[in-house]
Design a protein around this ligand. Structure first.
Ligand code: C5P
Length: 223
């Protein structure tokens, strides 16, 4: 990574999980710690970019010089992204957004009924990165993530196409890798190339991924 490569560029990054409330005390969420997204925000800042970090609920310190916006739900994350999209050059969708949310929010705490199963109807959340790639304010470079437990490359490739991304960073989850750990490895795919970034600390991995993003961003914009 060369310092200053992204001076005058605006990089927006989503990070962490989203929480979808069931009632005033319960929610649906996932195991994302936000570490990769925060490390990417720091790496982008080190490259000289103006960085907006839109974060779900995490317990991490904001990297120096990064503008952080805290959200809880997918809808709040989508609105925060939309509000800053016009000025954005590179969008990195690192958040592990909840796929479903309860159709109804119960105003009062749901009482436990012994031995009775509880059914909660779920509906899909809005796909934030797809809304970004189809927006009239589409940033010139959009990166997505894919966390998978099987068929990693095949699923990532299909997400790259379906979500109209410029690049996708795929990682295995569930084998001491991925969520809530300090080390990770990535298989990065773009339209006409791919590269494996081997297991290393997320801070270093973020710098290597940022180097790739910057290279592809300028390759795309020099045509
Ligand atoms: O479809 P899947 O959730 O596996 O795709 C992962 C990519 O899509 C990630 O970049 C994630 O941040 C993004 N995503 C999103 N909004 C959703 C679901 C996923 O932006 N509702």
């Amino acid at each position: 990574m060369v310092p200053g490569q992204l001076i005058d560029k605006h990089v927006m990054i989503t990070a962490g999980p989203t929480y979808e409330p069931i009632d005033p005390v319960r929610f649906i969420g996932n195991r994302s710690s936000g570490k990769m997204g925060f490390a990417l925000a720091q790496a982008a800042r080190e490259s000289g970019a103006n960085v907006t970090l839109i974060s779900g609920p995490v317990s991490l310190t904001t990297p120096t010089g990064v503008k952080r916006i805290d959200v809880e739900t997918t809808e709040q994350m989508a609105n925060a992204v939309d509000a800053s999209l016009e000025s954005c050059d590179i969008f990195i969708s690192c958040a592990a957004v909840a796929d479903y949310r309860p159709k109804l929010f119960e105003q009062e705490k749901i009482k436990k009924t012994e031995k009775q199963p509880l059914q909660i109807e779920l509906q899909p959340t809005k796909d934030i990165v797809s809304a970004v790639t189809t927006s009239h304010n589409r940033p010139s470079f959009v990166v997505g993530f894919a966390a998978e437990t099987q068929n990693l490359v095949e699923y990532a490739q299909s997400k790259l196409e379906r979500k109209k991304l410029d690049m996708i960073a795929a990682n295995w989850v569930g084998q001491k890798q991925g969520f809530a750990v300090d080390d990770n490895a990535l298989h990065v795919i773009w339209n006409d190339g791919e590269q494996t970034l081997p297991l290393m600390p997320k801070t270093q991995l973020a710098r290597e991924l940022m180097t790739l993003i910057i290279k592809r961003f300028y390759a795309k914009n020099s045509i």
